[in-house]
Design a protein around this ligand. Sequence first.
Ligand SMILES: Nc1ncnc2c1ncn2[C@@H]1O[C@H](COP(=O)(O)OP(=O)(O)O)[C@@H](O)[C@H]1O
Ligand SMILES: [Mg+2]
Length: 322
Amino acid sequence: MSKDRYNPIMVGIGKKGEWLEGEPFFINEDDPSKIALNPGLREVCLEKGMIGDRKIDVVFPIIHGTLGEDGCLQGFLQMHHLPFVGSSVLGSAVGMDKDIMKRLFLQGGIPCARYITLYHWQKRRPSFEEVKKELGLPLFVKPCNLGSSLGISRCYDAEEYQKAVETAFEFDNKVVVEENIEGREIEVSLLGDEDLLASLPGEIIPPGGFYSYDSKYIQSEETKLVAPVELDEASTSLIQETAKKAFRLLELSGLTRADFFLKKNGEIYLNEVNTLPGFTSISMYSKLLEATGISYPELIDRLLELALKRFAVERKLKRFRG
Ligand SMILES: Nc1ncnc2c1ncn2[C@@H]1O[C@H](COP(=O)(O)OP(=O)(O)O)[C@@H](O)[C@H]1O
Ligand SMILES: [Mg+2]
């Protein structure tokens, strides 16, 4: 973020929910398995739109997962009357929940992997044989609201399935079990609100065909990122248009990365949307927009402008006046 144009204040959120500021911000910055917030950071608090004596104009959440990406942080900021980048409470929440997200996609006619939902309170869960009969093998078992591939397993037999379900329930009270989709992993970046831009597509080629937590963050050099990737025109525009449709169906805002599977026969399946995608200058999200003609500094400008514009429109509503 340009320090000439902006006066950014970097705030971290610790594991207990504390807001932290200071330098250096991280320890073990170069080791993804050990990186952490510097334990010497000082606690700060957001009060009346201020952090200390500094007034906050707009918040740019760069955070993944529970509480940050699922609408909680967004609701918190909304209650503080602060504009923020990205989707609001509703879009963030439905974009995070793999079950609700798919229900909306399917209602809008967007193809997704077939799946079943398991709840923690169920007295009798479908057996492995029943699930196998319905969805085939292998199966993907996922905590419903998480991301980063945490708690996700691919399983081939009853024993693996049992373990996978147990693991997923350690992370969430709702779990989805999906059929395996054999296809390339194609992603597209979306930027905008009323005027929505879909980038050129990119491809993720993870080792062994499963983009796991380790291949995302720890052994990331084993995964190939192709940004942009050359696809035929029909597939490209089908993916771009479907991504835009998904953005509207979930009522998202600002930015999103939509992740597809592309089968050999040209069929596409929408795997998920990420309302706060990885956001470094080498992340797929920004690389794809760069390939589409939007530089990283311009991307930052645009996202901040979108946040301020949406906030201004919202504030005109009668419920926010007087
Ligand atoms: N139904 C599926 N068929 C084939 N591969 C899948 C399926 N679901 C997930 N995967 C693999 O697992 C990875 C993580 O799953 P995903 O649903 O994207 O979880 P997360 O939200 O944690 O990123 C995907 O990038 C893909 O490699
Ligand atoms: Mg994913």
